[in-house]
Design a binder for this molecule. Structure first.
Ligand SMILES: *[C@@H]1O[C@H](CO)[C@@H](O)[C@H](O)[C@H]1NC(C)=O
Ligand SMILES: *[C@@H]1O[C@H](CO)[C@@H](O)[C@H](O)[C@H]1NC(C)=O
Length: 210
């Protein structure tokens, strides 16, 4: 029953036409499996023939007093293919970053907006929300994306430095110490031609420099 409901919700939030696709993601649950209180992170992915455009609005909590690092309030989008190549868009109040991985944690490249003309974006903080947008050319993404995850990370509340991980899956039954946003087996599945309908192979960006 839960699976059926999930499928219905997932289908209601995803649409594809011959010109591109739209996917809506809401991180209503924490990585630990609890319901997120307040307005959760919502993210919209749209594609045309060549570009992925991402927009989001996420909780932004800055603890009052004590230490705070701008990296604590952040948003991630992970897009992976079947051979575990992965692009990660990572947004903080200082802006977005794009990272390419060869298997989880094995980073090939990091790009800032403007460093490559095919990646741009920005973020804004306003009234306890971090919002942002990014536009990424498909050559900076794996050619046939089949797996998706999104997360919003922020302090639990303004009086603590403890971080909360709002995510598309939970890992409550895992014996894992650190929050792990790269459990590909738990990612949301999409069709290989859903975001971009073409026969691309890996661009030069996916060559390892080691
Ligand atoms: C997430 O929660 C919001 C309300 O906070 C609700 O409108 C939305 O339908 C929920 N989405 C999912 C996928 O459960
Ligand atoms: C803030 O979060 C901390 C850590 O989870 C919790 O102990 C505390 O009760 C919370 N404070 C408020 C005001 O909700």
């Amino acid at each position: 029953m839960a699976t059926l409901l999930f499928l219905v919700l997932a289908l209601a939030c995803a649409a594809r036409t011959s010109h591109g696709a739209q996917l809506l993601l809401t991180t209503n649950n924490t990585l630990g499996g609890e319901r997120v209180r307040g307005t959760p992170m919502t993210m919209k992915l749209t594609t045309d023939e060549n570009y992925l455009t991402v927009t989001f609005s996420a909780p932004y909590i800055k603890p009052t007093g004590g230490s705070w690092d701008s990296d604590w309030d952040r948003v991630h989008l992970f897009l992976a293919d079947d051979s575990h190549k992965l692009s990660e868009l990572r947004f903080t109040e200082t802006g977005p970053l794009l990272r390419l991985y060869w298997a989880p944690y094995n980073m090939i490249k990091t790009l800032s907006p403007g460093e490559d003309a095919k990646f741009e974006g920005s973020t804004t903080v306003d009234r306890m929300r971090l919002t942002g947008t990014a536009k990424v050319h498909r050559s900076l993404l794996p050619p046939r994306i089949t797996l998706v995850n999104a997360a919003s990370v922020h302090p639990v509340n303004a009086s603590t430095t403890e971080l909360q991980y709002d995510n598309l899956y939970s890992i409550t039954n895992y014996g894992i110490a650190l929050p792990d946003l790269m459990v590909l087996a738990r990612y949301k599945a999409i069709g290989a031609r859903f975001l971009f309908d073409n026969d691309d192979s890996y661009s030069e960006h996916w060559k390892r420099n080691d």
